[in-house]
Design a binder for this molecule. Structure first.
Ligand code: APR
Ligand code: PHB
Length: 389
């Protein structure tokens, strides 16, 4: 088999890239290790930056998001009972879209199926060969048979645990990592959101986040210990811990109910440089991870896709190689800014197990500064809605 761009991974990065390329008449095949149901069973974040929203519309997968998504032009940061509303409309002249990553992925699958794009599910043992030559290829097994696909370029969209990043030799690859000493325990519940906007709540007993999927589906998180387990938390204990982190005004009106999902996510910052090796390009979680504070994971994946799709279109349409040659540099420049923002929000709002009294005062002073300084709010708003591509 042969294709122009072979895409490894059928998560949001691979599917969004595939759609941009198919729409431009560039042939692609997506190889996905799992089944479609498995991919669509994963619950991830739910805040789309303006750039992600426009890309979904541009590729023709934005109709359901526009009908069902919730446009938010602000969010709340609280500490104890004090609250700061960050006004995205006033400070950044923009808004974010609340729409689950799971829904976005489903829409991208539907669009790919409607436009006849190839996806091969349930593949095993994917290996990348000759990425430094002009004739790369990929081998994999499916149903016990070995297959080979030759291609012009390979997009490694296979997430943090994929094979693509590992294919770049250790003497070329440099990895930067920070692991945070806590996790997020998240639940999904069929209850109305406590507030019409997201609340990022800092408190003396740890961080909490109130998010939502729709008017009757809420997503809540609390900071937990890194070695905790969801089974240690009854729904009652979760609601109790969340309430104690929220301003009284919100805790008093929180509607609780049974959780329909409960899981713990670790928090990590990670960047791999470069994001390109010969004819292999990395996109999304394959190249970088952010802690979820600030909701930059999916959005940073989407900005990589924007740069790579643009580069490949220019190459196939005009023979212009500039985009593919500068992809890593362009993508990393925006990635590091999103890393900085996510690290900053995480450091500001969480309780660190080893933090000193001084560290705590620094957090309080930073929040007080944010509350009193409209320029600081502006910086937050501009980062939250998404820096320009
Ligand atoms: N071969 C084929 N597919 C693979 C392989 C492999 N060796 N390894 C992983 N995959 C698939 C996974 O099953 C998954 O469906 O690649 C896909 C990667 O998807 P994600 O992990 O969702 O990564 P990405 O598409 O980059 O999405 C951006 O940013 O912060 C996050 O939550 C956010 O998941 C989102 C991500
Ligand atoms: C979510 O809705 O799951 C969510 C929202 C904002 C974040 C992280 C997660 O910063």
């Amino acid at each position: 088999m042969r294709t122009q761009v072979l895409i490894i991974g059928g998560g949001p990065s691979g599917l969004l890239l595939g759609q941009h390329l198919s729409n431009a008449g560039i042939e692609t095949i997506v190889l996905e290790r799992k089944t479609k149901d498995y991919v669509l069973g994963r619950i991830r974040a739910g805040v789309l930056e303006i750039g992600t929203v426009s890309q979904l519309r541009d590729v023709g997968a934005g109709a359901r998001m526009d009908a069902e998504g919730m446009v938010h032009d602000g969010a709340v940061i609280s500490y104890g009972d004090a609250q700061i509303r960050i006004d995205f409309a006033a400070h950044a002249d923009a808004a974010v879209m609340i729409y689950g990553q799971t829904e976005m992925t489903k829409d991208l699958y539907d669009t790919r199926e409607q436009t006849g794009g190839a996806i091969i599910y349930d593949v095993d043992g994917v290996e990348i060969h000759d990425a430094k030559t002009s004739a790369p290829y990929v081998t994999y097994q499916k149903d016990g048979t070995e297959h080979r696909i030759d291609c012009d370029y390979i997009a490694g969209c296979d997430g943090f645990h994929g094979v693509s990043r590992q294919t770049i030799p250790m003497d070329v690859r440099k990895e930067y990592e920070k692991v945070y000493p806590f996790g997020w325990l998240g639940i999904l519940s069929e209850t109305p959101p406590v507030h019409h906007e997201l609340i990022y709540a800092s408190s003396d007993i740890g961080f909490g986040l109130c998010s939502m999927r729709n008017e009757n589906l809420s997503r809540y998180y609390i900071q937990c210990s890194i070695d905790d387990h969801p089974d240690n938390w009854s729904d009652g204990a979760f609601w109790d811990a969340l309430k104690r982190r929220l301003p009284q005004e919100h805790a008093d009106v929180l509607i609780t109910g049974p959780s329909i999902e409960k899981s713990i996510a670790p928090l990590r910052s990670f960047v791999c440089e470069p994001m390109q090796w010969g004819r292999l390009f990395l996109c999304g979680d394959a190249a970088h991870i952010v802690p979820p504070t600030g909701a930059k994971g999916l959005n940073t994946a989407a900005s990589d896709v924007f740069y790579l799709a643009d580069a490949l279109r220019r190459l196939y349409r005009d023979g212009d190689k500039t985009g593919v040659e500068t992809y890593s540099e362009r993508a990393l420049s925006r990635v590091w800014k999103a890393e900085r923002f996510s690290w900053w929000m995480t450091s500001l709002l969480h309780q660190f197990p080893d933090q000193t009294g001084f560290d705590h005062r620094m957090q309080q002073a930073e929040v007080a500064f944010l509350q009193s300084n409209v320029n600081a709010q502006k910086v937050l708003a501009q980062n939250y809605v998404g820096l320009p591509y």
